[in-house]
Structure formats: C-alpha cells, structure tokens
Design a binder for this molecule. Sequence first.
Ligand SMILES: CCC1=C(C)/C(=C/C2=NC(=C\c3[nH]c(/C=C4\NC(=O)[C@H](C)[C@H]4CC)c(C)c3CCC(=O)O)/C(CCC(=O)O)=C2C)NC1=O
Length: 164
Amino acid sequence: MKSVVTTAIASADAAGRFPSTSDLESVQGSIQRATARLEAAEKLAANLDNVAKEAYDACIKKYPYLNEAGQANSNDTFKAKCQRDIKHYLRLVQYCLVVGGTGPLDEWGIAGQREVYRALSLPTAPYVEALSFARNRGCAPRDMSAQALVEYNALLDYAINSLS
Ligand SMILES: CCC1=C(C)/C(=C/C2=NC(=C\c3[nH]c(/C=C4\NC(=O)[C@H](C)[C@H]4CC)c(C)c3CCC(=O)O)/C(CCC(=O)O)=C2C)NC1=O
C-alpha cells in the first residue's frame, strides 16, 4: 500500500539517496493535513450512499440516452452496476483520504480502467459527470470543514482527471 511515507522513501531510494529535507517536509505537510483528511473520510463514510445516489441520478439526467434499449443503464442489473461503480470510486477516495496518498485510487480504480470500459463499451463521460456532481455538491461548513473539503475535492479531481 502506497502512503505519503512509502512514496517519499521509495522515490529517494529509486534515486539512490536518503530522504532529503524536502522529502521529509512533504511527509510532515501531509501529516499536518491528516486531521482534515480523516474528517473528510468520516463525513463521506456517513453519507456515502446518498452521495453516490445523487451522483448517479445526476449523470443519468445529463445522459438520458443511457436508459434506451441496449444502452448501459437500460436494465436493473446495469443500473445497479452503475451505482456500484460510482460507490467504488467514492470508497477509493475515502481510502485515499485515510492513507494520505492516491495509492488506492491508482491501484484499484485507475490502473486498467480504460481497458475495462473500452472492452465493455462503457462511456466514461457519465462517470465524469457523476464525480463532478459530487465535486460541486460538497459544501463547507454544511458537509465538512473547509480544510476537509479541500482534501476531499482534490481526490475527486484526481479521479475525474483519470477518466477525462
Ligand atoms: C474498485 C474499482 C472497480 C471499478 C471502478 C469497477 C468497474 C466495473 N464496472 C463494470 C461493469 C459495469 N459498469 C456499468 C456502469 C455504468 N452504466 C452506465 O449507464 C454508466 C455509463 C455507468 C455508471 C456511471 C455497467 C452497465 C456495467 C456492466 C456492463 C456489461 O456487463 O456489459 C465492470 C465489469 C465487471 C462487472 O460487470 O461487474 C467493472 C470491472 N470494478 C471495480 O472493481
């Protein structure tokens, strides 16, 4: 599992040197943001089903053709899988908030995703819409503190960019 600490050590190691002051400062910065990240992870966990449902509804609203016969939201199985996929991304965002790095998204969400979606003929634009909806929906201090929202949004942006 990649975390801010393992990433800093691995990159210094790859360059054949000990971690530098700036490596350690980046570790320290991440640890200082840990409270905000854990708050975001907790608030997201408490609300994950609702966030996923709203994001799913928003993406189907934007792309209603997905409901047509033969399309990716045309039956109950597909609808359930679409919502599940959105939940997977949110769950991975949550794991990233906890570990303080993008490892879980990189390894379980992003590696190979284009190939999977291409093989299944799934468009990625609806995923982008769903995650962008979640990205714009979060509100401080209603949902979480401003600093927690920064951490949450940064990971949503990261997932969105990987699908764009
Ligand atoms: C943990 C990370 C992870 C991800 C991200 C993931 C995605 C994922 N989504 C899949 C299917 C699917 N995903 C969808 C999703 C959608 N339908 C729509 O209208 C939209 C375009 C979209 C929702 C935004 C559908 C319809 C299928 C089934 C496609 C098929 O069987 O032809 C599959 C194929 C296996 C299966 O059917 O379950 C994978 C691997 N699996 C994982 O383990």
